[in-house]
Design a protein around this ligand. Structure first.
Ligand code: ARG
Length: 696
């Protein structure tokens, strides 16, 4: 009998011992993953990874700029993240004279480290489950406020928030500390940091040196402080050690970071709608990106101004296309429907379950259906007319006014003036015409943008080219100088400007649709909460993790190759040889800097070559479970040493936010040895290498 029980127990543990899928919550590591972590090869205890009582690995990991992950790699607050995470900051610091984005940059002294306006770095202090404290309260807000206040008093200089998990079934009180004097230390040229561009994005084999470096600064007394000359480099409580050993197939790897959003608890109805909504965005972005790309290729100044706008548009655009394809190939919706049927069968077996969860799926489907038209109309608006940059400028001004009641139009203009730095009216004019035509083709008539001024009243029949011509000729917003003068003469000028008419027309449609949408989904949160609670009960014997929500998670797994399709096997690493094979001087995405080619030809690899083959390994694959937001996350070995940076997912499993695919899904990482080779040999910044601690 005893033996029988032991076998059952072992079976249960095996069920949960899978080291691949899962974005695990740090406070539950010991309880849920303790044994599996060790079985997978981890040599750290959960307490060494996450502790609120003493220094632990998590103290070296930061939320970078709100949308990425970074890690501290020296006692002086040196930070490494992806190139694409530093991209907008680097672009913002670049001019055609000092083009750090295209040419790269390395600060040779601390004084050369450049402050990045509006960039923040946030440390996680602690997380505490407060679900019980909030349960059953008619109005939870007073308790929420109290909890936050107490946490902030106990942790001076920190801020606390309460975050929902499992669709409002679990709540954590999370304490963070944010620094906002962040300085740019260096990055390789974009031809290395973004090698392969959009063509290679989301794909393997990959050869991108996707990293950049920053430094966190603090006030001399140690507190977070806005930029000031008297600030000093962060005295880091914890920093990662670097390992130059490289990876082998089957090696244990773990990643700590801030995955943004996943949809692993969504229903088939929701997923179907998601794919349809994304298709609208893909189509609109195809049009806009073509126009941007042409102008960027024709003029390096335009290229610099639009580099970030283009990259962020194209990243989602390509992801959604891959997701659509993967949904079809992997039968995602059908598998979801099967899962729901199995769930309903389980629900049907007990009266209490039927009461609690019996109608949840139908209620969700009803919300999806009722909200469908409004949701798509809003997406079309946001991806087409709202993307006219002139409209964006006015929208930013009006948002500023909403946030700052009583501010004059002039103050608002001053506040948003920075956007003009990267604005090319001629390009926007082309975009405007194309986007409005696209909108008219796709929109329902009730969503038409009527009364645009200048006699352009009936959207169904206006000549869009003539209208755009009228808009750009007559709007003072095309140039901040004009709008400044116009506002000097007449503070009400803003109301008579043609772009205000366009904005108002867009906004009216949006407001109407938003109200419809909100009404249609009134029951959605409650239904999702019930469905998720049902799933949790159904699968309570298996270890579980909530959807990603920009909170810190751990994923653990191994270095692994994969078979993308019949008869094709992908190796788990790439080398500098592959960079040279991809080189194409006629294609801006595949230019190899002369300095890199020279190092490769001379085999001048220093300590960064692989011990086995003598090559510089550029990227490698693991089966860790990540998503957007994990970008820049440290890839750690079994002892917690830094071996790479996670930066992408692979094309064959682009449905991964919805379902994990053990055989196909891989995390694409840049090898830390390639990173340091680029810093040291290509960048000549050996002083930074001296700042690091290496694992023996
Ligand atoms: N696909 C990467 C991610 O979402 C971003 C890569 C950025 N590079 C690019 N070529 N747009 O994390």
């Amino acid at each position: 009998m005893k033996k029988f029980i032991a076998i059952i127990a072992a079976a249960l543990v095996c069920l949960g011992a899978r080291a691949d899928e899962g974005m695990w919550l740090l406070p539950l590591l010991e309880q849920i993953n303790g044994k599996a972590l060790a079985d997978a090869g981890c040599r750290l205890t959960p307490d060494e990874i996450y502790s609120i009582n003493h220094s632990s690995l998590k103290d070296a990991i930061v939320h970078f700029g709100g949308g990425c992950t970074g890690e501290i790699i020296s006692r002086d607050g040196l930070l490494v993240t992806n190139h694409h995470c530093g991209y907008s900051s680097i672009q913002g610091l670049s001019t055609s004279e000092h083009n750090y984005l295209m040419d790269g940059y390395w600060a040779m002294t601390r004084a050369d480290e450049i402050p990045c306006p509006n960039l923040t770095v946030t440390f996680l202090i602690s997380m505490e489950d407060v679900t019980d404290r909030l349960a059953g309260l008619e109005d939870p807000n007073p308790v929420r406020r109290e909890l936050r206040k107490a946490a902030e008093e106990a942790n001076p200089g920190c801020h606390a928030q309460i975050t929902s998990f499992y669709n409002d079934n679990v709540y954590y009180l999370i304490v963070y500390k944010t620094y906002d004097d962040i300085r740019f230390v260096g990055a390789p040229p974009a031809s290395v940091g973004k090698f392969g561009g959009e063509t290679d994005n989301w794909m393997w084999p990959r050869h991108t040196g996707d990293f950049s470096m920053f430094r966190v600064y603090m006030a001399p007394d140690g507190s977070p402080e806005a930029y000031s000359e008297s600030n000093v480099p962060l005295a880091a409580e914890r920093h990662l050690k670097v390992s130059l050993k490289g990876v082998q197939k089957g090696d244990y790897t773990m990643i700590l970071g801030y995955p943004g959003r996943t949809q692993r608890f969504q229903t088939a109805a929701q997923l179907q709608q998601m794919i349809e909504v994304q298709r609208i965005a893909i189509d609109a972005r195809t049009i806009r990106q073509e126009i941007m790309w042409e102008a960027m290729c024709a003029d390096p100044q335009v290229q610099l101004k639009y580099a970030n706008k283009y990259a962020s548009s194209a990243n989602g655009w390509k992801k959604w296309q891959g997701e659509e394809l993967a949904f079809g190939k992997l039968g995602i919706i059908d598998r979801e429907i099967e899962k729901e049927a199995a769930f309903m069968k389980w629900v049907g077996k007990k009266k209490t379950r039927k009461e609690q969860y019996g109608d949840a799926l139908d209620r969700i489907a009803a919300c999806v259906q009722a909200s469908d038209e409004a949701r798509k109309a809003m997406t079309l608006l946001m991806e087409a007319p709202w993307r006219i940059e002139l409209v964006g400028i006015l929208s930013a001004m009006s948002n500023y006014n909403r946030r700052t009641p009583g501010a004059s139009a002039k103050t608002a203009l001053e506040a948003i003036k920075g956007v003009y730095r990267d604005y090319v009216p001629e390009l926007d004019r082309k975009e405007a015409a194309a986007l409005l035509k696209f909108y008219r083709e796709r929109a329902l008539e009730r969503d038409y943008l009527n009364d645009l001024g200048g006699g352009f009243d009936n959207f169904a029949s206006i000549d869009i080219d003539a209208y755009v011509n009228y808009l750009f000729t007559n709007s003072d917003f095309v140039d901040p100088k004009y709008i400044g003068d116009a506002l000097d003469d007449d503070p009400d000028a803003i109301f008579n400007d043609p772009v205000t008419r366009l904005y108002a027309s867009i906004y009216n449609v949006y407001r109407t649709r938003l109200a419809e949408y909100n009404e249609a989904i009134e029951d959605l949160d409650a239904a999702l909460k019930a469905y998720t609670a049902g799933l949790m009960e159904w699968q309570k014997k298996q270890p579980s993790y909530p959807d990603a929500n920009s909170t810190m998670r751990l994923t653990y797994g191994h270095v692994l190759p994969y078979n993308p399709k019949d008869a094709v096997r992908y190796s788990y690493f790439t080398t500098l040889d592959g960079v040279m094979q991809k080189e194409d001087p006629t294609n801006p995405e595949f230019i190899v800097p002369a300095g890199l080619r020279a190092l490769w030809e001379a085999k001048d690899f220093g300590q960064y070559a692989d011990g086995a083959d003598g090559k510089v390994h550029t990227c490698f694959l693991t089966n860790n479970d990540i998503t957007g937001g994990n970008s820049g996350s440290p890839v750690l070995d079994a002892d917690g040493n830094l071996i790479g940076l996670a930066f992408d997912g692979n094309w064959e499993s682009m449905s991964s936010d919805v379902m994990f695919e053990p055989d196909l899904q891989r995390c694409i990482c840049v090898d830390i040895r390639y990173v340091l080779f680029l810093v040291d040999k290509l960048g000549g910044a050996s002083h930074l290498i001296k700042e690091l601690d290496f694992a023996e």
